[in-house]
Design a protein around this ligand. Sequence first.
Ligand SMILES: *Cc1c(COP(=O)(O)O)cnc(C)c1O
Length: 397
Amino acid sequence: MTLPPDVHSAEPIPPAAREAIEALLQSGDLFRYTAAKDSPVALLEAEFAALLGVKYALAVSSCSAALFLSLKALGLPRDARVLLPGFTFAAVPSSVVHADCVPVLCEVGNNYRVDLDDFEAKLGGDIKAIIISHMRGHTSDMDAIMALADARGIPVIEDAAHSLGTTWAGRNIGTLGRVGCFSFQSYKMINAGEGGILVTDDADLVARAIIMSGAYEHNWKKHPVLHDAFARWQNQLPLYNLRMSNLSAAVIRPQLPELLQRVRDGRKNHDYVAARLNSSPYIAVPDALPPEVRAPDSIQFNLCGMNDEAVLAFATETEAHGVKVQIFGLSADNARAFWNWQFMPEMPELPQTRAMLMRACDVRLPVRLTRAELDVVAEILLDAADAVMAPAQAYGT
Ligand SMILES: *Cc1c(COP(=O)(O)O)cnc(C)c1O
């Protein structure tokens, strides 16, 4: 019998990382700017930019740091209003607060994507920048969002933390806005424990971000040559020191060639489990929008026709059988429920997003899971829904 898999353990790190780390430990060369050139962090930036087809990449300590630096590099004034979806991780509005700006939340639909009517309405409220958080890799309608933003000259930052490998109409997510930010935290497609990277084609923006990330004195010369852009900013900007260490880059680089396979496996696994779950009258997995090709390492679904009590009973039932389900709005102090972001300078009410969060479930599906393990997960979820909603049938009494 196949046991429920541990969905929180990660993929093993490829053996090539060991050699690179051993060499770093021998030389003690852990700081990205010690070597004259070709430090692991610099090589990672070049490889990542090539992988995504962008001009510039800057590796930093986390995706949150990348979002913060993006906002600072846009040169937003204090108290600038930044529009973002009401369904995201607390670190995203936090990055806005960190940058001395004011987060403004818009509604998100039952399909976890930005509600375009509310988005457009809130754009009228003196918005200076937009962060589109592709939460759990779900891509909002980027054609509509970019058209609305471009018409008003408002820059878009993509929070692509969980979207590495996702495409929209054949283009890489993270390359559609002015700047895109990715995460290498352990629950993302590439795992370094911690780490982030921002990508852009904007030389001036990346120059500012590089300096603020901690390229003090003339360390910026170790980045692809952008002399005009840099010369203007020398000594003009604060140094926030959010650099990546060579050790992290050594862990990340050998994973990059595995990305395509991970994306394919993750999508196949997700779509298999989604089809099984959609056979239940009590579970709905929203479809991707047509231009999106997803790169999932988890699955989200909505419970249908259940009250709060039934939803909680469903979670208790699945956990008793070995699959932990997070219900974004019902688990205590959840960092993805906007009403828990009590640090927000302005707290809106978002009835539609709130209703979605009260029924939306989250289960990790690491890309390494086997078909038998996926079946175990799907059956536990399906049986739990039946046990809660149709106990007579489930237990055959
Ligand atoms: C993980 C995640 C973040 C934060 O990334 P860190 O690297 O941990 O700062 C931000 N946004 C989304 C959508 C995420 O999934």
